[in-house]
Write a protein that binds this ligand. Structure first.
Ligand code: SF4
Ligand code: SF4
Length: 403
């Protein structure tokens, strides 16, 4: 580990020129309309689109930050509703920054940190999440020892005991949700087909801390981050590969500065393996698919081309784009821990994204984030849609032969 993590800290007041100067131009309310064909899909902010009032758009949240900083208002339940319905999807910042050079998403994140630091933050629905993380070191409150069982089950090395080239960081959802098991198996299968020596940390892997960062509890997040970085660097692998887009963004934006081990999301690693011939998709797939850009993989890490290159390497597959794709992509409804507190609202956002998939006439939405998969499946069920959802890893694994 290179340095102390606490050096990266910022406070809301550092962004006063953003929240004080926000001109309420409302560019943050929508997408880049030059890149979207139909006006039905011009809206970009999920909370603003759902609740309608300005307080639920970035422009309103900038005003909430300004007014609170100047003690013009006190945080009320209504204020907290506006703060915790933000999905931290970053659509606002994507539109605001190129024109106004402002960071509305960062303001919202730091407003949440201020709320926690001052003791008025978080909602009762968030308490079980913190409790589970405190008691068990993972998001689901499961025994950490369960993670060790995966070493044998997946046929990988125990990276805490023996050296491997690639350390796969599984993430809590892929580890503990039984319906995600096939994706895990495909991830390992693909890496093995590419000739990679792969290991996992088993019970030494802790939650990456993304939920804590999203909720604004930076102290608690750093406790997880410091410990994970120590354990990853001690394993001595060449690369640590993340599977979940939330882990990927935390690794890319937070861990990478302090970690010796190089980090990549699995779509980046596999697209390179396909490009340099270490993997070849030779078996045909059927149907029309659209890549759903997870907010954390797309807008935050700019991983747009690699997953599309993977899908384009699969023979027989027809790929189309969502109306709102890449920087304009609509959140799945699972961001910012908002759906944990307001599940109906999360479901409405998921249904909107599934409607968009129906509109562009795909058989399948493909993604690489367990949060998106779960939310979009809820959206599919909620709309009784014929559209399916699949992880890019299971899709690719079916089409790649062994070496
Ligand atoms: S946050 Fe940016 S885009 Fe939104 S109203 Fe303020 S200045 Fe305009
Ligand atoms: S991060 Fe997303 S949900 Fe939050 S204000 Fe920005 S666009 Fe709206």
């Amino acid at each position: 580990m290179k340095e102390n993590l606490t050096k990266a800290r910022e406070v809301l007041a550092q962004y006063r020129e953003d929240y004080a100067v926000c001109s309420k131009c409302k560019i943050c309310h929508g997408v880049n309309v030059q890149e979207v064909n139909h006006a039905r899909f011009f809206r970009g902010c999920p909370s603003g689109a759902c609740f309608g009032f300005e307080a639920y758009y970035a422009s309103g949240r900038m005003e909430l930050a300004r007014a609170l900083s100047l003690h013009e208002i006190e945080p009320t339940d209504q204020y907290k509703h506006a703060l915790y319905t933000c999905m931290e999807c970053g659509s606002c910042q994507e539109q605001c920054y190129p024109v106004k050079q402002m960071w509305p998403l960062r303001v919202i994140e730091l407003l949440r940190e201020k709320a926690v630091a001052e003791g008025w933050g978080l909602l009762p629905e968030h308490e079980p999440i913190l409790k589970r993380l405190e008691e068990t070191d993972n998001f689901y409150g499961k025994p950490q020892a369960d993670r060790d069982k995966l070493i044998k089950e997946l046929g990988v090395k125990d990276a805490s005991k023996e050296k491997c080239k690639v350390l796969l960081f599984l993430g809590c959802k892929y580890t503990f949700k039984s319906e995600m098991k096939e994706t895990l198996k495909s991830a390992v299968s693909l890496l093995k087909k590419a000739g990679v020596d792969v290991g996992i940390l088993g019970s030494k892997e802790l939650c990456c801390g993304a939920p804590l960062l999203e909720l604004g509890d930076r102290d608690f997040f750093e406790a997880f981050a410091v410990e994970n970085i120590k354990r990853i660097d001690a394993a001595g692998a060449e690369t640590v590969i993340t599977l979940c887009s939330h882990c990927a963004s935390v690794f890319g934006e937070e861990y990478a500065t302090y970690m010796e081990t190089k980090t990549q999301h699995i779509t980046q690693y596999l697209s390179e393996a396909l490009a340099n011939g270490n993997l070849k998709a030779s078996k045909k797939a059927k149907g029309t698919v659209a890549w759903h850009d997870p907010c954390r993989l797309g807008r935050r890490l700019k991983v747009y081309d690699e997953p599309r290159a993977i899908l384009d390497a699969i023979p027989g597959l027809k790929r189309v784009e969502f109306e709102r794709s890449k920087g304009n992509a609509m959140c799945c409804g699972g961001g910012g821990m908002a759906a944990q507190a307001y599940p109906e609202y999360g479901l409405d956002v998921a249904k909107e994204r599934v409607f968009e998939a129906e509109f562009v006439e795909v058989d399948k939405i493909v993604t690489a984030c367990p949060w998106c998969e779960e939310m979009l499946q809820n959206g599919i069920d909620g709309r009784k849609s014929k559209v399916k959802i699949e992880n890019i890893l299971t899709l690719l694994d079916e089409c790649v032969g062994g070496k």
